[in-house]
Design a binder for this molecule. Structure first.
Ligand code: DC
Length: 225
């Protein structure tokens, strides 16, 4: 298989362990890890800070036209991919619960999806990539060689997300985290453009039943490594 064909997509709702698992799979394969959610978070931040009305298509487009976005490797002691937005490091800022909801809102805007989908396809053109998100197997890389859809009970995902936030020194209200997970699932699955969905040819893995290592091994076994 040529490098361009070697694309792994890992989609699923929030809190299923997608980022950790995707990063591990990418490291095992020596592939590039593409965190598409980080891009939606950064663009959500830009639109919010610029006070752009998300229903105003031309305002969104002109704001995006002057936006620069670069993904950077996780900082020392941190697991998340970082983002430089218009020359500013917004890596910490985009990881809050509030920014997750802002990103979800921005991700339903057609102009945002068009811009980020084409950026992601450009990044993926060279192949040897593990792309993680909501629509990477359905829309961004429909011809990917290996597709996975991770899922788990909302309660399991809430516990994971709460632990993650605590580990990052953030205060946690579990009821609020669960409510946000349920709302974000609903919004991400019901938007009209590129909703969160399983690709027909994706392998489904319930991450509530396996450890992170177990899921990673299951994925690598399908890929044949
Ligand atoms: O994976 P994440 O929690 O960082 O993603 C934040 C939001 O971005 C998520 O609620 C929906 C949106 N998103 C998307 O619409 N499509 C993607 N491929 C990735 C994320």
């Amino acid at each position: 298989m040529s490098p361009e064909q070697q694309i792994v997509t890992i989609d699923g709702p929030s809190g299923v362990g997608k980022s950790t698992i995707s990063r591990k799979v990418a490291a095992s394969l020596s592939f590039t890890y593409l965190d598409t959610g980080a891009m939606y978070r950064a663009v959500g931040l830009k639109l919010k800070e610029s006070g752009v009305d998300l229903s105003d298509d031309s305002a969104v487009r002109s704001c995006l036209a002057t936006t620069s976005l670069d993904l950077i490797p996780p900082a020392e002691g941190c697991d998340d991919v970082g983002v430089i937005l218009d020359g500013r490091n917004v890596s910490d800022l985009i990881r809050s619960q509030e920014m997750a909801m802002v990103a979800s809102g921005a991700s339903a805007v057609p102009a945002v999806r068009e811009k980020l989908t084409s950026m992601q396809q450009e990044i993926g053109r060279a192949g040897c990539i593990v792309a993680e998100g909501r629509d990477t197997g359905t829309v961004v890389f429909p011809d990917a060689a290996w597709k996975f859809y991770l899922d788990a009970d909302p309660e399991v995902r809430m516990k994971r997300r709460a632990d993650q936030l605590r580990a990052n020194g953030k205060a946690v209200d579990e009821v609020e985290v669960l409510e946000m997970i349920i709302k974000r699932d609903h919004d991400d699955k019901n938007r009209s453009m590129a909703p969160l969905a399983k690709a027909e040819d994706a392998h489904v893995i319930d991450t509530g039943l396996l450890s992170i290592e177990g899921v990673t091994e299951a994925i690598l076994a399908v890929i044949g490594r």
